[in-house]
Design a protein around this ligand. Structure first.
Ligand code: SF4
Length: 338
């Protein structure tokens, strides 16, 4: 049941629920609109409703979604003491999490709860990610056998606060360009786990097509460089390794890009070759990140990453914690960090 459903059932306003959970009304509304919160925020809401944590977590693949095992552990303790939990406070590794740690270990620590994020921290709403989520919902509905109208209604019902014009062009392009190439899928929205050198990783595969290729859908406004993607992808080796661990088969992997231009949506498929060398590379990257996660006192802020700190969600937190980012873009407001 969603947070919205639980709140409606309890006849609570967003403000009342926010007060009971000790979070802001804006956070309640953001989560109800499909935004992703920290695990501690979900814990607080679960406690307010006196329900299990697993009942309120978002249904769709959320990068920070913990495993069932971790949830049971957290649910029993209602606390997230990093030293009590395996690998990361909020569960397994995933491609998204690993990428955060590789870009900047401090970013990885904030986004996975290794560093405590204040309860009133405002997680940003990423509109593009919300659109991508709606398009994934549509594709999943269609691959499950729904006709176009039923699939559209399903997406509209789950995204009542979003202008359909944001996602409609993408779903039309998916139906016209991608759907016919999938055939009878071998797997749809399949959650797999793989262990690479002791690191447990969760992979949520969009679809495995009739030819046995793992396909991952991306909605974007600009196509990435295919060579850089092939060289740097952590997702492709992890997904291929997870599929092999589950089925014994070595699958191929391809990204399905729907890129929005002024002239319309353009479909481009980017096959990503995956070899044992790529899986080894990701395993070593996991070692690197896990070492920081196990000994977070070694983490230093890393503004010299690919994107810099300026647009980083955690800029204010880093500024307070490390006191080192006293550059022009350092925030003026202070944020309490435990
Ligand atoms: S603000 Fe900079 S140093 Fe801090 S997490 Fe973000 S990228 Fe890393």
């Amino acid at each position: 049941m969603s947070i919205y459903d639980l709140r409606a059932q309890a006849k609570l306003t967003p403000e009342q629920l926010a007060k009971m959970a000790g979070i802001s009304p804006a956070t309640v509304l953001r989560l109800e609109r499909g935004g992703i919160g920290s695990l501690r925020t979900y814990e607080r809401i679960a406690k307010a409703f006196q329900t299990s944590l697993i009942n309120i977590l978002p249904e769709f693949k959320a990068p920070s979604r913990p495993t069932l095992e971790d949830l049971e552990l957290l649910d029993n303790s209602m606390s997230a003491n990093p030293s009590d939990l395996p690998d990361l406070p909020v569960g397994n590794w995933s491609p998204t999490r690993l990428t955060d740690w590789l870009l900047c270990p401090a970013k990885g620590a904030w986004s996975t709860g290794v560093f405590d994020v204040p309860p009133d921290f405002q997680w940003p709403i990423n509109e593009r990610a919300t659109v991508g989520k709606a398009v994934h919902q549509y594709a999943e509905n269609r691959l499950d056998g729904a006709d176009v109208n039923t699939a559209l209604m399903g997406v509209a019902d789950k995204n009542t606060g979003m202008d359909p014009e944001l996602w409609l062009p993408f779903v039309e392009a998916w139906d016209a360009s991608i759907h016919p190439t999938i055939g009878m899928p071998l797997a749809i929205e399949r959650r797999l786990e793989v262990t690479l050198k002791g690191h447990r990783i969760t992979a949520v595969i969009d679809v495995v097509d009739a030819h046995g290729t793992i396909r991952d859908l991306k909605t974007t406004q600009r196509l990435p460089n295919p060579t850089a993607i092939a060289r740097e992808s952590v997702q492709a080796p992890i997904y291929v390794a997870a599929w092999r661990e589950t089925t014994g088969e070595m699958a191929s992997f391809a990204l399905d890009y729907l890129a929005q231009h002024k002239s319309g949506i353009e479909y481009t498929q980017m096959p990503i070759p995956v070899t044992e060398t790529d899986i080894d590379r990701v395993t070593r990257q996991l070692d690197y990140a896990a070492d920081f996660a196990a000994r977070p006192e070694r983490i230093t802020p890393n503004p010299v990453n690919k994107y810099g700190c300026t647009s980083c969600t955690f800029l204010a937190l880093c500024h307070e914690k490390f006191g080192t980012l006293t550059t022009l873009d350092a925030p003026r407001q202070t944020v309490a960090v435990s």
